[in-house]
Design a protein around this ligand. Structure first.
Ligand code: SF4
Length: 402
């Protein structure tokens, strides 16, 4: 058999690699007979750069889970990965049992995907720490990690940011992510894979760093809320915070901004904190559920309460935040937060304004969610309920020093 020359536009050219592999499957070309090369256009960032790809294709389809594994492994910094992954696809095509019984080939691919995820997590953790220091520019030695994590980085920071690598720069203007000087969606950069790795419960239980926890959160698929939402909205605040607030879920504005309590309810919350002499920047603020649940009505996204399944699915994240922050006082803002923390249905009127022992280190307080104060129909009720809310905050402050 003569060799088959397969040219890729760059070393993250997943679409090009896939087209060649499909062509090889259709023509029974063995992975050992393929010579892979990278043919960069003269102008790396030219809008007109294009590939010449084969058109013949195998009808073989890869199950979604294997495709995700493959696209992750494609960004592992491993020599000969184009050939190794070609062998993997050939194994899938010829041996349906490979879907269930990992062969040597599939184990290698799992290792590659793990290596790519681990490198990506290092980047995300460094990026997350930089964002928390107020920096939005990071220099990183691996462009493959940057490619694979571009969407997760966008989920970690909704504002403008940039990551520079030896090959190119990734930049985000708060929405669109671009590569180098060219749009990420042009022909040259099309078909880039992403590396995702839904964290396991044991990973969450063993973590010792809030930055790593935050960096893992964009990959969570434990319930369906990640699909329609824009991004994971993780908790924020110092690891050593003595006071933690737990709300229900991010709202429309939080979902867009990537930060908890920045919408209208957040303004009420901030104002009440200020009135009782608490610094928000010294508190850890999070939600029981990390993705925005909503119903689309025309152009508007209407808040929908998370259900018990969402609260339970998200519970390991909240538990990990509580374990790592270890607050002296935890304030549950509303019935959903109280349900998530106390593990049972809670009537706010009956259980608010008194301490609940949550653990040896932590006292809990149940109070209303600030959005409740926004919904009250008349000024007199709003003023009275706002004072009750502030009294609960004062109680939290007093418990911190006991
Ligand atoms: S809401 Fe929580 S459990 Fe559900 S996908 Fe988001 S982070 Fe995961």
């Amino acid at each position: 058999m003569t060799s088959y020359n397969a040219h890729l536009a760059h070393d993250a050219d997943f679409a090009g690699w896939r087209a060649h592999v499909r062509h090889c499957l259709a023509g029974a070309v063995s992975p050992e007979d393929v010579i892979w090369s990278i043919t960069a256009p003269n102008d790396l960032f030219s809008q007109s750069a294009s590939r010449s790809l084969p058109t013949g294709a195998s009808p073989f389809r890869i199950p979604r889970e294997q495709a995700r594994l493959l696209s992750g492994a494609f960004l592992a910094d491993v020599p000969d990965r184009f050939r190794q992954l070609h062998r993997f696809v050939e194994t899938l095509a010829h041996d349906s049992h490979a879907l269930h019984v990992p062969s040597e080939v599939t184990r290698d691919v799992h290792s590659m995907a793990e290596a790519a995820w681990s490198a990506g997590l290092d980047l995300r953790t460094a990026f997350s720490a930089a964002i928390r220091r107020g920096e939005t520019m990071l220099s990183w030695p691996s462009h493959l990690s940057a490619i694979g994590q571009r969407h997760a980085l966008g989920s970690l920071c909704a504002a403008s940011w940039a990551v520079t690598t030896p090959r190119f720069d990734l930049a985000c203007d708060g929405g669109e992510i671009t590569i180098g000087g060219a749009g990420a969606h042009n022909d040259y950069w099309s078909g880039l894979p992403s590396v995702t790795h839904p964290p396991t419960l044991s990973e969450l239980h063993e973590l010792q760093s809030l930055d790593v926890l935050r960096a893992m959160a964009p990959d969570c698929h434990a319930c369906d809320l990640w699909r329609p939402a824009t991004r994971t909205v993780f908790g924020e605040g110092p690891t050593e915070a003595a006071l933690m607030f737990v709300g229900e879920q991010p709202g429309d504005q939080e979902d867009l901004a990537g930060r908890p309590f920045v919408g209208p309810a957040g303004a009420v919350f901030d104002s009440a904190l200020q009135d009782v002499g608490l610094e928000r920047s010294a508190c850890y603020v999070t939600n029981a559920v990390k993705h925005f649940r909503f119903t689309q009505r025309g152009a508007r996204r209407i808040h929908a309460r998370p259900d018990t399944g969402n609260i339970q699915a998200c519970a390991p994240w909240l538990a990990a935040e509580r374990r790592l922050v270890r607050p002296r006082v935890l304030v549950m803002l509303g019935a959903t937060a109280a349900r998530a923390v106390l593990g049972r249905d809670v009537t706010i009127a009956r259980e608010r304004s008194r301490p609940h022992r949550l653990s040896e280190d932590t006292q809990g307080i149940v109070t209303t969610h600030p959005s409740y104060l926004l919904r009250l129909p008349d000024d007199a009720t709003r003023i009275r309920e706002t004072e009750r809310f502030k009294d609960d905050l004062r109680l939290a402050r007093s418990l911190m020093s006991k």
